[in-house]
Design a protein around this ligand. Structure first.
Ligand SMILES: [Zn+2]
Length: 373
């Protein structure tokens, strides 16, 4: 009798395991099959091998221009983005940015508007602003310029009137204000490490200025890149999403912060705010490095391999309830060689996956889906 009961239990466990694997596989097949937009990438040039992977993954990438503080680099990015988008509209869309170097010239605002108008005509689906606003550029009095500075108002109003959104990387993860751990981004980029620098703006100063822009410009669609720099707590994000209907967020290579939080809370957050979260990896791509040099064959292959590996993990994490081996790289979503712990996937419902990976990008950045068939 006892033996029988054990057999029954074993059989039941077996069936439920089978069922579990079936549903996980079905969810994974589903998310692989749907169209996906990666709203946050930095593509330096077209790369045919990248396009092949985008076909395999059913992904279109939106490449983002930055560096308003370095005109030459900004314009190089704008030209490249415009070109590859025109040539390969199935694979690439783009977002522009604007010049900050001539911000004290009397005709700065007019020139920025002119440039943005031209970029919109050339297909740009939005405008990126970067953490230099708030963290590095200063006014004539030597104060750090915050994003709610009145100097930006006519530009933001113009963007809203053009019915275009802003993608804003304002601030940094809170770790930027803590002692930089060796090997992390803030260790290798000390300019953006604010640890022990009392003259620099605080984390909350910068985010308060960002929130002030959301109040000042209620008609401006405003998307917080990198989970709006509130990646450590979905409750903090929920407060802003409740307060500001013009605010949405994109992942921007911060999946690990969701993985570190309570799974049920993150899942509830995704379901409640399913119309306002977008997928983005912040991945680079293309044949050229940031410094303008050509990438080697090995570097190109590493980039593709890294992309495939991350997509595999992200799709499993968001779509299935699989246990995913994860590591502890604090400043990157890079999967580490030796997993330190397991993360259980969120198994988001299909409608939520549709919105997160595709529909929300189309809603917040109209035109981003152009030619993606
Ligand atoms: Zn980025």
């Amino acid at each position: 009798m006892k033996k029988n009961r054990n057999q029954v239990i074993r059989l039941a466990l077996g069936i439920s395991f089978l069922f579990f694997s079936f549903s996980a596989t079905a969810q994974l097949d589903y998310v692989k099959s749907i169209k996906k937009i990666d709203i946050h990438t930095h593509i330096s040039s077209d790369d045919p091998s990248l396009r092949k992977v985008l076909d395999e993954l059913n992904v279109k990438m939106c490449t983002i221009c930055t560096k308003g503080t370095d005109l030459e680099r900004m314009n190089f990015q704008r030209e490249t983005a415009k070109e590859i988008t025109k040539q390969y509209p199935r694979y690439y869309a783009w977002m522009t940015t604007f010049d900050l170097t001539k911000r004290n010239d009397p005709d700065w605002v007019e020139n920025v508007k002119k440039q943005l108008k031209q970029d919109f005509e050339n297909g740009a689906v939005g405008v990126k602003i970067w953490k230099d606003i708030g963290m590095t550029i200063k006014n004539a009095d030597g104060e750090y310029i915050q994003v709610d500075d009145p100097m930006f108002d006519p530009i933001f109003e113009f963007i809203a009137r053009q019915d275009k959104p802003i993608l804003a990387h304002i601030g940094e993860p809170i770790q930027a204000w803590m002692p930089p751990r060796p090997g992390t981004y803030w260790d290798t980029h000390p300019d953006y490490s604010f640890w022990d620098k009392p003259d620099r703006p605080s984390y909350s100063d910068i985010l308060a200025a960002r929130d002030h822009v959301l109040r000042k410009h209620p008609n401006l669609r405003f998307v917080g890149a990198h989970l709006g720099s509130l990646e450590f707590d979905v409750e903090e994000l929920a407060k802003r999403l409740d307060r500001y209907p013009n605010f949405a967020i994109e992942l921007g290579g911060r999946a690990r912060y969701f993985m570190w939080q309570n799974r049920e809370r993150v899942r509830r957050f995704f379901i409640k705010y399913q119309d306002r979260i977008m997928f983005g990896t912040d991945r680079g791509g293309g044949l050229i490095k940031k410094n303008g040099e050509k990438k080697s064959e090995t570097e190109l292959q590493e980039n593709i391999d890294g992309l495939l590996k991350r997509y595999d993990i992200f799709l499993r994490y968001f779509a299935t309830d699989e246990e995913i081996p994860w590591g502890d790289k604090i400043s990157s979503d890079e999967p580490v060689g030796d997993a330190k712990y397991m993360v259980k996937g969120l198994a988001l419902p299909k409608e939520v996956l549709d919105k997160f990976f595709y529909k929300n990008a189309v809603k917040w950045f109209p035109g981003v889906e152009r030619n993606f068939e």
